[in-house]
Design a protein around this ligand. Structure first.
Ligand code: SAM
Length: 282
């Protein structure tokens, strides 16, 4: 059976309209993924015929998307800070909100580039790789508890030509770490445990619980980080943290009680306080 591209595109756009903000663009991305036809080709050849195999694969992916699986999970790719990242398996799908932390770090450091960067809970390596792409003389270490996630991060570093400057290691946060860094960054798990079951299906069903669970009040990784990070910063070093919703005041309170000084803050595009940077004299 053969079907015209424009007919599948029309049906898929209608089918995706309840789950996708940009249903036609998503339908075109699926066609590109399955048929290797870019948007220019799709627009110039609307009557191109799909093979039976292409049609069946497209429909199976459409069904997954309609069951609220994020497009990035289906494609196994996510663009972050202009970098194309692989996010297969349990690796957290990096969010656009996390770019707020990158912006804040770049603004705060200005013309003082860090030489050594530590990324706690590195996941796909998104934060570390974005910073290494901005600081061409920097070296970085990404730590995660998940071996599969570390594989994805190393694959991403290699694909982006950043592998010579990026190391990845399995670990339990900063336990056992002896080095010191100019910059420590983290987007920690920050969802309170009791809220995990109320997350939307597109998060709950596709992101690994260990990447999300921030303990009873959602703040346990902030406490761990703020208690230990001072021992792993060089003099004059800086700590940058992404925040969950409504966590800014609590995180600042914990930090100041431990001797940190707030050096900058930034809201995301939705107006949510999303990133903080701290310095310490300790
Ligand atoms: C919210 S995700 C952030 C991933 C990535 N940095 C990003 O922004 O897309 C938190 C990450 O912390 C990792 N993680 C959770 N508990 C950990 C622990 N005890 N030690 C090291 N990494 C941990 C998870 O595997 C996950 O990759």
């Amino acid at each position: 059976m053969l079907l015209r591209l424009e007919d599948w595109l029309k049906d898929a756009t209608a089918a995706l309209s309840t789950v996708a903000e940009q249903p036609r663009a998503e339908a075109r991305r699926l066609i590109e993924y399955v048929c290797d036809w870019d948007t220019v080709h799709q627009i110039s050849e609307p009557g191109a015929l799909l093979t039976r195999e292409q049609f069946e694969i497209l429909n199976s992916l459409l069904a997954r998307r309609n069951a609220e699986e994020p497009l990035s999970r289906i494609l196994g790719r996510r663009e972050f800070w202009g970098l194309d990242l692989s996010i297969r398996g349990a690796t957290l799908d990096p969010r656009a909100d996390t770019e707020t932390l990158i912006e804040l770090v770049l603004d705060t450091l200005g013309s003082n580039p860090p030489e050594k960067i530590l990324d706690l809970g590195t996941g796909s390596g998104a934060i570390l790789l974005a910073l290494l792409s901005e600081y061409p003389a920097a070296q970085g270490l990404g730590i995660d508890q998940s071996a599969k996630t570390l594989d994805a991060a190393a694959t991403n570093a290699a694909a982006l030509g950043l592998a010579p400057r990026a190391q990845f290691a399995m670990g339990d946060w900063m336990n056992g770490l002896t080095e010191r860094f100019d910059l420590i960054v983290s987007n920690p798990p920050y969802i309170p445990t009791k809220d995990l079951r109320n997350l939307k299906r597109n998060v709950r069903a596709f992101d690994d619980t260990l990447a999300l669970d921030g303990g009873e009040d959602g703040l346990s990784f902030y406490r761990r980080t703020l208690e230990a990070a001072g021992n792993h910063l060089k003099p004059g070093g800086m700590l940058g943290l992404e925040l969950g919703i409504d966590q800014q005041a609590d995180v600042i309170e914990i930090a100041e009680a431990l001797g940190w000084t707030l050096a900058g803050q930034r809201t995301d595009l939705g107006g949510v306080p999303r990133a903080l940077v701290f310095v310490t004299d300790a």
